[in-house]
Design a protein around this ligand. Structure first.
Ligand code: GLU
Length: 421
């Protein structure tokens, strides 16, 4: 691969494009379809006025990018963060297209984001910003068009506000416009834990493949938000040894395994993982590079780059976050023989259960949690097997196999529909 600067390396759009181009080339993808799938279909930028608690008006910039609607309505989360960029949202929208194709659910891909610092905003400010952002997207979204969901710094409450705002404009309650809602207003049982559960399911498959048993499998989880904490708790319950947890404000290590439920309680009461007595405090950057069987980056992008990939000491890299590994780091990990479960497969349990939520809302009939979890397991196991088989047949690594499988499925659909050009 060509040499690039660190700045380029950590641009998520570059990370997406590098893998897309490589996979498309391997697939011998038709030049026209290559051009169609390379860029998002639609990109919307909105500048949202919000009345702040101090009486002043503030204007926030937001995005919604729809990469593809070839296989169904666009689908993907919305993140609130100070460093959101259009390139990042573009990359995340494309990843949603590939992710939905890998788990074979009838959605395209989209993503949204608002540049703001939600930790410095009151609930009232967040609600007003969310409602105005939703209102600005009113023609763009809808159960048959584009279905948002939570992502970094957004949650069930954000989705409840979005659903309500959309419904007020439509003059009727439209629960299927967003997923990841509270259960009481059309959310699905099991959705909150779904991304973490999906990670556990693919880790079970990967450990089996490598001849490991959960009891002898040490796991380090980076990020203790919705994805990381649920993955850690479910994996601990399944017998894995969670020896490390890394957060922005500190890290914890216990070679005998951390009691994840106790840590969750500690975090709920102190708002931080630090000060937890039943584990030693550790240096976050060093803990990322500590020996373990499974490393689960479940925080943000660009955690494993050309700067540290050679020092990663895990056998399995289970990417809970979107884009935690740069394209340059892929090559280093491949040389080291790390078994990578790429993000677009590994964290697909979230959107898969979002699909179940959308189906339940449209059916008006809600499933038991055991049914949700069973269906999720079935889909994740099949997707894992499809990707691993593809890697084997085409002699490529798991990430490229995942892209090839996804691009192939989307391209097949486009060919079948024909292009209105
Ligand atoms: N934000 C999650 C993701 O990146 C969930 C998307 C969804 O459920 O639509 O996969």
């Amino acid at each position: 691969m060509k040499t690039i600067s660190l700045e380029q390396e950590i641009n998520p759009w570059e990370a997406q494009s590098a893998r897309f181009n490589f996979a498309a080339q391997k697939l011998n993808l038709d030049e026209g379809l290559w051009k169609v799938l390379q860029y998002p279909n639609r990109e919307l930028i909105v500048h949202i006025p919000v009345s702040m608690d101090n009486g002043k008006l503030e204007v926030f910039t937001g995005f919604r990018v729809q990469h593809s609607i070839a296989r169904g309505p666009a689908k993907g989360g919305i993140r609130y963060a100070p460093d959101v960029t259009l390139d990042e949202v573009r990359a995340l929208a494309s990843w949603m297209t590939w992710k939905c194709a890998i788990v074979n659910i009838p959605f395209g891909g989209a993503k949204g984001g608002v540049i703001c610092d939600p930790h410095k905003m009151s609930m009232g400010e967040l609600e007003r910003m969310t409602r105005r952002y939703t209102a600005e997207l009113i023609e763009f979204i809808g159960p048959e068009k584009d279905v948002p969901a939570p992502d970094i710094n957004t949650n069930e409450q954000t989705m409840a506000w979005m659903m309500d705002t959309y419904s007020m404009h439509m003059r009727q309650t439209v629960t299927a416009v967003v997923t990841g809602k509270p259960i009481n207003i059309g959310g699905s049982r099991g959705r909150r834990e779904a991304t973490g559960r999906g990670i556990m399911i693919v880790c079970d498959q990967a450990t089996k493949k490598l001849g490991l048993r959960p009891e002898n499998t040490r796991v380090i989880v980076q990020g203790f938000g919705n994805v990381g904490s649920n993955a850690a708790r479910l994996m601990a319950q399944a017998g894995y040894q969670i020896i490390g947890v890394i957060e922005v404000d500190g890290a914890l290590y216990n070679k005998h395994g951390i009691d994840v439920e106790a840590l969750e309680k500690h975090r709920a009461s102190t708002r931080s993982i630090t000060g937890f007595r039943e584990a030693e405090s550790a240096d976050p950057a060093e803990l990322m590079l500590t020996e373990c069987e499974i490393l689960v980056p479940a925080a943000t992008e660009n955690q494993i780059t050309s700067r540290n990939a050679d020092r990663v000491k895990c056998r399995i890299l289970a990417e809970g976050a979107n884009g935690p590994t740069t394209a340059a780091a892929d090559e280093i990990l491949a040389e080291k023989g790390v078994f990578v479960i790429p993000d677009i497969l590994c964290n697909a349990g979230g959107v898969t259960t979002s699909y179940f939520e959308w189906v339940q809302d449209r059916q008006g009939y809600f499933w038991k949690e055991s049914v949700v979890n069973e269906q999720l397991e079935d889909i994740m196991v099949n997707a894992f097997e499809d990707v691993v088989r593809y890697a084997h047949t085409h002699s490529v690594n798991n990430r490229i196999a995942a892209y090839m499988l996804a691009i192939d499925r989307v391209a097949y659909t486009i060919r079948q529909r024909g292009i209105y050009a």
